[in-house]
Design a protein around this ligand. Structure first.
Ligand code: NAP
Length: 212
């Protein structure tokens, strides 16, 4: 398949690009600085900024079969990037008829009561509100065939290929496992219209996804 990635030069976006190439796909790498995208015959870099209009985004993602959102402002520009930027990308995908949409979100983005009660989430409320807005829009205001992946704190430790998928608990997950899980979501039709919470664990990613 041909796959558009928003945030292709980020930590997860770069790992995801490698994983999807390994799985035989072609990539349209959406990046603010397309010259920073690693060269590969099956990767087409395109200039892509989440400040752009829906019309500009519609052009950037044209020809894709799947859209991934792995971008994020690192709390610097949450309204324009994490919230409204994500929504505009969903609208562009709908305009282009690209039904499959995979969103990299964050644990408990859809559960505001946890933002006060779970230790470690204090200080992230504005970010969580942005993700709440974007995830809710995806679920309730689009007709996209979505999967929302909600990892916990990402580390740069080597991936293990094993995860936990359950009701969610704050912890850690190597970014490599998050990227592999995002890529593998495409292999499992049962992940469609699901919100999946993940952290490090003992279950091979394939087994975990096949049972969600
Ligand atoms: N860090 C965690 O522990 C954690 C846990 C759970 C979920 N998450 C989510 O995972 C996301 C990705 O994490 P990461 O570590 O891969 O982040 P990252 O390395 O900071 O990558 C973020 C990407 O977003 C892009 N971006 C920022 N502003 C943009 C804009 N205006 N237009 C287009 N692209 C823009 C960046 O582009 P440039 O390359 O041009 O800078 C970069 O490619 C986070 O943003 C967060 O929402 C993170």
């Amino acid at each position: 398949m041909k796959i558009f990635i928003a945030g292709a030069t980020g930590r997860v976006g770069t790992l995801l690009t490698h994983d999807l190439l390994e799985d035989g796909h072609e990539i349209i790498a959406g990046a603010r600085h397309p010259e920073r995208v690693e060269e590969n015959d099956r990767v087409t870099p395109v200039k892509f900024d989440l400040h752009e209009s829906v019309e500009q985004m519609t052009e950037a993602i044209k020809g894709a079969d799947v859209t991934y959102f792995t971008a994020g402002s690192g709390a610097k520009d949450i309204l324009q990037v994490d919230a409204f930027g994500a929504v505009k990308l969903m609208q562009a995908a709908e305009k282009d008829g690209i039904k499959r949409f995979v969103m990299l979100s964050a644990l408990f983005s859809l559960e505001p009561t946890k933002w006060r009660t779970v230790k470690g989430l204090d200080g992230l409320t504005d970010y969580n509100i942005a993700k709440f807005f974007a995830d809710n829009y995806l679920i309730h205001d689009t007709d996209l065939d979505y999967t929302i992946l909600q990892p916990t704190v990402m580390t740069d430790k080597p991936g293990t290929g094993k995860i936990t998928v359950d009701e969610g608990k704050l912890g850690y997950n190597p970014a490599e496992d998050v990227a592999r899980t995002l890529a593998d979501i495409l292999k499992y039709q049962n992940t469609s219209r699901k919100v999946i919470k993940m952290r490090e664990g003992d279950t091979p990613i394939d087994d975990a996804l096949s049972r969600v």
